[in-house]
Design a protein around this ligand. Structure first.
Ligand code: CTP
Ligand code: CA
Length: 230
């Protein structure tokens, strides 16, 4: 999807995108992590640049090269991601939380490498919850008219279908848009293609046909741009 100057619908806008998966350290060499590749967040950043936006990308443990024309801030933990995103959100017209922040972190990280016990026992792992960045940004809008976007990868379960869980999460987080990904079928992590539904707090629901993460990114910016002009 190439856009000429006439397609610069994000010109003059500053957008913050988070990408990747955070790591929570147990000791200097070990961490709890997740399989987020950062591909969708990077595709969002590139698509926003193509549409004329000034883009800040807060990247957690992503191995992809920096996209051209994007201000990239690298972080590791959910606490660092929170600090960088919250600080930059103050000046942003849109914030898109495409990152997968670890929900839990060890209550205490060991300063030295945890050694194996000779009796065959394993150390206990006490965890506490990390802050919810999306909920915080949504509740504490620092800029009028700011559009806040979250993502949800759902499988559906006994309590509800993928879309029902998505609607409940949209309401719980308080964001404007929630990009719902049905991950019940398997391969999404590191995959080239994606297929999503974009739910709006205003009751809209947009089915995005299966396609590249770039085409999904443009479909998301289409919804953000509509809300800027409304
Ligand atoms: N998110 C966040 N901060 C967290 C956890 C999640 O900002 N500590 C954001 C993600 O970036 C994503 C959205 O919230 O945009 C939904 O993430 P998800 O993991 O689906 O939501 P959770 O509230 O953690 O719920 P679950 O129990 O389903 O993991
Ligand atoms: Ca989570």
């Amino acid at each position: 999807l190439e856009r000429g100057v006439e397609g610069q619908d994000l010109a003059g806008r500053h957008v913050v995108v988070s990408a990747g998966g955070t790591r929570e350290y147990l000791d200097p060499v070990r961490f709890l992590g997740n399989r987020s590749s950062g591909l969708q967040g990077y595709a969002l950043a590139r698509a926003a640049v193509a549409r004329g936006a000034r883009v800040t990308l807060v990247a957690a443990n992503v191995t992809l090269p920096d996209p051209a024309g994007v201000d990239v801030v690298r972080v590791e933990t959910t606490a660092q991601l929170r600090d960088e995103v919250v600080r930059r959100a103050a000046q942003a017209d849109a914030v898109v939380m495409a990152a997968a922040p670890a929900d839990f972190r060890p209550v205490a990280a060991s300063e030295s490498k945890i050694k194996k016990a000779s009796d065959g026992s394993a150390p206990p792992l006490a965890l506490e919850q990390n802050p919810d960045i999306l909920a915080e940004i949504s509740a504490d809008r620092q800029r009028g008219g700011q559009v806040v976007v979250g993502f949800a990868a759902e499988t559906g379960d006994a309590t509800g279908s993928v879309l029902e869980l998505g609607q409940a999460k949209l309401a719980r987080k308080g964001c404007d848009l929630l990009v719902v990904n049905d991950v019940g079928g398997g391969a999404v992590f590191g995959a080239e293609e994606n297929d999503v539904v974009i739910l709006g707090a205003d009751g809209t629901s947009v089915d995005v046909e299966r396609g590249s993460k770039t085409s999904v990114a443009h479909a998301i910016w289409d919804q953000v741009a509509r809300r800027f002009v409304m």
